[in-house]
Design a protein around this ligand. Sequence first.
Ligand code: FAD
Length: 396
Amino acid sequence: MLHQPADAVVVGGGVIGLGIAWRATQAGMTVTVVDDAPGRGASWAAAGMLAPVTEVHYGEGQLLALNLAAAGRWPSFAAEVEEASGRPVGYRPGGTLAVARDADDIAALEDLYRFQLRCGLDVQRLRSRECRQLEPGLAPGIRGGVLAAGDHQVDNRALVEALLAACQRSGVRLVSGRVAELAVDGDRVTGVVLAAGGGPPAAPPAPSRPAGETLPAGVVVLAAGCWSGRLGGLAAEALPPVRPVKGQLLYLRGPASEPLCSRNVRGLEVYVVPRGDGRVVVGATVEEQGFDITMTAGAVHDLLRAALELLPDAAELELAETVVGLRPGSPDNAPMLGPAGPDGLVVATGHYRNGILLTPVTADAIAELLATGRVPEAIAPFGPGRFAAAPGRRVS
Ligand code: FAD
């Protein structure tokens, strides 16, 4: 069957693909999203921390600037998504308290604190007693902490559902299927070719398309998370060098009236994110295991032990769910955003640990690129071409 080309086809309906599709449609474009399980990748598994300050790392200055810009966008972005979808996204400005259990932790925390100060970040060093005043559930042995008052959270699962609803309301076409390859004509990407035997129907229900069908498009946006390097149609070197980084995470549940803690609490080995409705997220492992998604007994043990060392009352909560997700990792931990090699192809992936945080800036910048053809300044340092000449590059 011959289809009218969409202005853009987005491969992948995680927070990144859905955010871009929604924004591009608002800008007047016709957009199709292809995914057989939209919103059920890393975007579902994540903890939802919006934490540029506590997640800061040495040598990632440009990424820090992008992360801070994203954090600043969150209050209005959350309000806009809620307005457009009619659904809450669970944005909770509560801050994050990083704490130390022993002398080694204190040394590491001090080191991080001094680095955060050098970066001009808003952090406050707290004594043990001050930490426990903020969070009475902390273990008595906690030696001190650092408060990042601007590191907040969003309920990433509510966000996914709201973005899906916003896309549907704004006229994005959701196609349930898997893209097998990019359709290429000469030097130009002209659409996508669907794979045989897609997965279960997308939620909410979306039309399935026959295998082998081509969906033509003015531009293809590759936003398939850690799977973005696995499409046919182009040489592997022309696809983004993204890899899966496994994360295992737990949901605990208790009475909403007796919260375990009131803000995000982090140790060196674990973070605890209270949702405000009794759910508590405990995460997460960081593992280079390829596409393995086994939930392991060791991870459950390690996460619970570390969480209980910080907040002993967690022992009373129900272990409600175990989750595994695959972060889209990039060679320098920063996202790959912008035109990629052949005409007609735009990449938006590699968001690694910060894809929920980076959703507003990614969606806005890529939608602007699609509408104007110009790369917005905010994402200029993150072009996918920066890895083109990297020796020993691997697409796994
Ligand atoms: P995904 O959500 O993985 O979406 C990719 C989509 O592409 C999927 O729906 C998949 O079905 C689809 N797809 C794949 N291949 C194809 C194909 N061939 N055809 C069609 N569709 C395809 N980030 C934060 O900001 N804060 C956090 O606290 C945080 N915690 C995390 C904790 C864990 C355990 C994990 C795993 C991640 C965490 N992250 C966090 C990172 C964040 O989840 C990711 O960076 C973000 O979700 C990436 O979004 P995405 O849309 O690129 O990928």
